[in-house]
Design a protein around this ligand. Structure first.
Ligand code: G16
Ligand code: MG
Length: 220
């Protein structure tokens, strides 16, 4: 019996990926790495420092920067990103997700946030969703990022639920792997080819409803 939902943030609740991409592109150009949409995709769900390492590596620049310089580059990216997300309002919640979250409340499900973003609390505040969540996993406390299961295991703990009572909601393949390894049911939103490991797949956020989830779960 499902009693709680663990949500990824970027790509599930709101589209912060476009802001991450804008801020990272500036860093990529600065270090001399060619910015591509594929690189942008690969950074989805990946924590800040690992993202920077991937950008450096993509251009063959991984040995050119000291740890202090890398910290500076990551800080610069975050500074730009924080400015960009100041424009977020409740209108930036992805289609259908506010209704879905409200229906979960009405049906007494617990909700947790499983985002690796250190900016997640500010983003929830801007979207007007802070009070919708039982708890937010603190990304600073995590040893390993997605696809490691740690973040989704912690999300179940935040809700005081066993993992088998939780559905994890994700748009990235690494996140789906994390949910599966945590022993939860994975709900993937996006391209079925990319998210083929997900237990339940939805093409977009609009299609995610409690009714549709129940139908897919009985069909499985
Ligand atoms: C998000 C994004 C990633 C970003 C990460 C860390 O993950 O998808 O691109 O690098 O957060 O963000 P920050 O620099 O704000 O700590 P998620 O887990 O919400 O999809
Ligand atoms: Mg995501």
């Amino acid at each position: 019996e499902i009693s709680g939902f663990a949500f990824d943030l970027d790509g599930v609740i709101t589209d912060t990926a476009k802001f991450h991409a804008m801020a990272w592109q500036q860093v990529a150009e600065q270090v001399g790495t060619k910015w591509t949409s594929q690189l942008a995709d690969n950074l989805k769900g990946i924590d800040r420092m690992t993202s920077l390492e991937m950008i450096l590596k993509a251009g063959g620049h991984e040995t050119e920067y000291s740890d202090t310089e890398k910290e500076q580059l990551a800080d610069e990216k975050n500074h730009n990103y924080v400015n960009l997300i100041k424009t977020l309002t409740p209108d930036d919640i992805l289609p259908g997700m506010l209704d879905f979250i409200q229906s979960l409340h009405q049906n007494h499900y617990k909700l947790a946030l499983a985002s690796v973003s250190r900016n997640a609390p500010v983003i929830l505040e801007r979207l007007g969703l802070t009070d919708s969540f039982e708890g937010i996993v603190d990304p600073a406390s995590l040893k390993l990022g997605k696809p490691d299961p740690e973040i989704y295991i912690r999300a179940a703990e935040v809700m005081h639920l066993d993992p088998d009572k939780v559905i994890g909601v994700e748009d990235a393949a690494a996140g789906v792997t994390s949910i599966n390894k945590a022993g939860e049911t994975s709900l993937g939103i996006g391209d079925a080819k990319i998210l083929h490991e997900a237990n339940l797949i939805f093409a977009n956020t609009k299609e995610v409803t409690l009714q549709a989830i129940k139908e897919k779960m009985t069909a499985n």
